[in-house]
Design a protein around this ligand. Sequence first.
Ligand code: DPP
Ligand code: ZN
Length: 858
Amino acid sequence: PPLIHLAEYRPSDFLIDRVDLDVRLHPSRTRVTAMLALRPNPAGDPTAPLRLDGDELALVALALDGQPLPEDAYAVSPSGLVLSAPPRRPFTLAIVTELDPGANTKLMGLYRSGAVYCTQCEADGFRRITYFLDRPDVLSVYTTRIEADRDEAPVLLGNGNPVEAGALDGNRHYAVWHDPHPKPAYLFALVGGRLGHVATRFTTMEGRDVAVAVHVEPGKEARAAYALDAVVRSMRWDEEAFGRPYDLDVFNVVAVSDFNMGAMENKGLNIFNDKYVLASPETATDADYAAIEAIIAHEYFHNWSGNRVTCRDWFQLCLKEGLTVFRDQEFSSDMRSRAVHRIAEVRQLRARQFPEDAGPLRHPVRPTAYAEINNFYTATVYEKGAEIVRMLKTLLGPDAFRAGMDRYFAENDGRAATVEDFLDAFASVSGRDLAAFAQWYARPGTPRLAFRTAYDPAARTCDLTLSQSLDGGPPLVMPVALGLVGPGGALDADCPDLADGVYVLTDREATLRFRGVTERPVPSLLRGFSAPVRLDGALTEADHLVLLARDTDPFNRWQAGQSLALRLIRAGGPAEAFAEALGLLLDAEAPRDPAFAALMLSLPGEGEVANEIEAEVDPDAIHGARKALRAALGRALRDRLEDIEARLAEPVGTPYSPDAAAAGRRALRNAALDLLAAGDPQAGAARAAARLEAATNMTDRLAALGTLALIPGDAREAALAAFGARYADEPLVLDKWFALQATIPEPGTPERIEGLKRHPAYALTNPNRVRALVGSFAFGNPTQFTREDGTGFALVADTVAALDGANPQAAARLLTAFGSWRKLKKSRAVKAEEMLNRIKAIPGLSRDVADIVTRTLA
Ligand code: DPP
Ligand code: ZN
């Protein structure tokens, strides 16, 4: 597929100041009349034709300044509409198009999710509604009139504020919405349908009274309460943390069942995958509640970082996404435990972004070329993009960071900005030169940080040498939070190179001298994971044990446990010392911070272990070694785990609360159950079955089922069947059930999945179902996905092929599961390659899938 290059950016030749839309909703023949107020862009080419983007549109009528255009004045092609000789003055264009929302399986543009009409326009879906300058640097003021049948769509929502509504003949009605804030087309949205809602009011710091509502399928209103509360907390937090008030009279969130992404930040009308709105104790886990809180916040925060200040072009996607992920991470950290949340963020980064950065789909946080922008909504743009913002805050300190953010918003409000605009704001408030730092946006790959120490007991000095590398290129600006730790705790040594415990490594190598070091120190590096790098370990097992027990930085205590576990999984050896240290840690932390203790008990995932291996990866060997370590820990810690299980049991009748403290207790108790079962599967199966029976909420029920799912036998099959029957009418719960079965690391799993594909609730047209069943297998079952007989790869490839025609975006995303194929053991890699080549040869492949398959094979 042809590439679009950042270097070839040119301003639009035309601008559109105002858009008046009239949308008459109909299941198969929706009529859209767009009145566009156009003018030549002074920054554009004054001789250029007018090229409007369009995709799968039927043009019904076209008029310029009220006069129908003669047919020789324009040309329509599959990619748009061209006026070869447009006026060189302001003019209006009236465009009538007809759409078939019911047939729109791509879930881009206007489509139907069940009976609800909804839209998704990012990145380029608006061109599937009308012909337009569908690029983020064309900002317009929108007025939208929506008309529909009263019974089919009693609720009509648009961007901005409601200005008018009324009844029409023939059981029809209409609503008019006006959004005073100029915005790019990707932020356009409308919704029409039969929806229930929950609502509240919020008064902003400026005194604006805002009507806030969350709309869901009728009957599910109670499940929207948590999301509504999260909206209000987000609004308050953005005022307090960033001084950002809301700017319309209404804020609506709508949940729909068919959605390609997690959610979308359309101005004043966020549309969500219902997975990230609906929650009840009976149907959602603690993790679901946390995800709802985070994503509600994320989309709300986009109102400033994305909407008020938008992106000049799609290469700048990280400008809104990395920044907004950073903002939602800070929000969640303030709502919950900062240390625990940081660990969760880093696990996510290592599980998703590190492999991407090490494989054929690697790209800079700001890519320089793309064939299909929808393939760049990646962990690198989002998660590593957030890490860059976090590093910036570490470098500048909280006050200069906040001043820079204020400057960024003030200078770029109402503009389509670039990464340079962002960095300029921080450079100007701090007086710092951020040119070298900007390299983080440009250079793909995960840098390595190595170190060595030289301790002189006589002189009481310790020299710490840090060195960095990334593909042999020049050094990056790397904030390294660090300190020295001894067997008795943090060492109070003096080092003039540190500011607030942070050393900023700008050279390839640097040596820091600590004075007053009274005992042999262990360096604690990259505290809080201060930079998204790999730390090459020169620490011994004893050193890690010191950090595990004594570091003052909770992240690095957790990291020490992970490092110890990794060593044992990779190299084997006795686990006694590790188990003993974990035991002592549990004694201290389980009563104090159960969520943290639970994280200490969870070993690095199989994918994370694979990341650490340079040579050919054998997923079976990793799985076996990890399982053996879990079994050893389960046995060694049995008494303590049983004690935790008993002590943390909630008194009968305790009402469920999704708060962080209660969730932490459940997490620890369920982690204890899981390790116990690893140590003694027979007893574990009985214990898990009993817990399943006694569970009063989905968190505990699913955890027990997850433990049981790893133990083959009749008890497991019976429990799975009972769970499936109990939630037969709850698609979001069945997704958990699909996912759980798809990740069973046993040879029978592909066959089980084939069976589940015939389950009445499964549908290839619903992205959540496909992600749950096939996505979980592809991304979460390494031994079976990559198995030597090729059946795992074939299962996923067949789904990609079957899905591509209907929903290329979803198909392409699933295909990225092949991203690490080259690192696999040869016997497996050849099978993956064979399957990729088979996909590549399919005639009529979408641009989305063609792009991924080509890059993955390159
Ligand atoms: N812009 C969306 C987000 O919030 C993605 N569609 O990430
Ligand atoms: Zn976002």
